[in-house]
Design a protein. Sequence first.
Length: 325
Amino acid sequence: MLYNKFNLGFFPTPLHKLKKLSNKHPNYNLFIKRDDHTGLASGGNKTRKLEYLIKQALDENCDTIITAGAQQSNHCRQTAAACAMANLECHLLLGGKRPEVYEGNLLLSSILGANIHFTAKNRKGEDIETLKNILDKQGKRCYVIPYGGSDIIGAMGFVNAVRELKEQLTAQQLKIDYIFFASSSGGMQAGLTLGKEIYTLHSELIPISIDKDETKGVSLEKVVLDIINDGFKKFKIDKKIQISEINLNRDYDKDGYGVVTENERNAIFELARNEGILLDPVYTGRAFYGMLDFLKKEKLPPNSNVLFWHTGGLPAMFTSANQLK
Ligand SMILES: *Cc1c(COP(=O)(O)O)cnc(C)c1O
């Protein structure tokens, strides 16, 4: 049923209990799924999407990949690594202007051999078509991966992730009631939603919005909606949903993309100092804060089994913009 993929990572990623934090929150059992350990040049959730996207590019006989993101894009860093493995030329369009010193993901993308273009205020792929026209004229066969790898092909990675999760839950004789994760370009949320339908997973998804800005004038809810309905068509599921049915928690994105407040900082320290697990300052720090806030305010029924899906992002910790200490 699923598309073919090009293997890029180590799967299944570990699923385990957060023992100390569960003791600190006696009403809940807390678990974590470790997509920070997918293995692709320090890992992250984009590895799952790229397995399907890179396969598609190779099937279409492309020799060049173009994608885009913020200067500290985890998606772009993992795309650069995937291109190295698949022997594809990689072009990244990154927001901001060329810094004197490369740090974090930007440094890694450069080490991984990507061609890096800086695009000022455009950090969501606004300039992809312009670059594609130039590269087309040079005779390159370009495959465009949209912002965040979020289309139906990339989302397949998370349809497949639900299958993987279900196998782990069966093996561990575990039922998960709620799944928290950071949602930002929408592919993960759409893929998990489709996977829930296809593999009948009963856990409720609680996607935490990380970025309040729209993508080329389109809301995240609409991006997720379109990918889900696209998926229903592809899988011949006789269903179409409305935008009002997209559940996205917007309580924690008000400070803006990439802004680290006391909230993210405290969440990062809490997981690091209780479980020895590192979150990232942009995505997982914010989503984990959201989950802790739900627990503190007792928004979930007592005795719930709650899973945090760690989506990676650690390289962004190693930038001088971070004042975490
Ligand atoms: C991209 C990313 C996300 C969000 O996934 P989307 O599919 O873009 O919504 C979450 N966490 C990290 C670390 C990411 O790099």
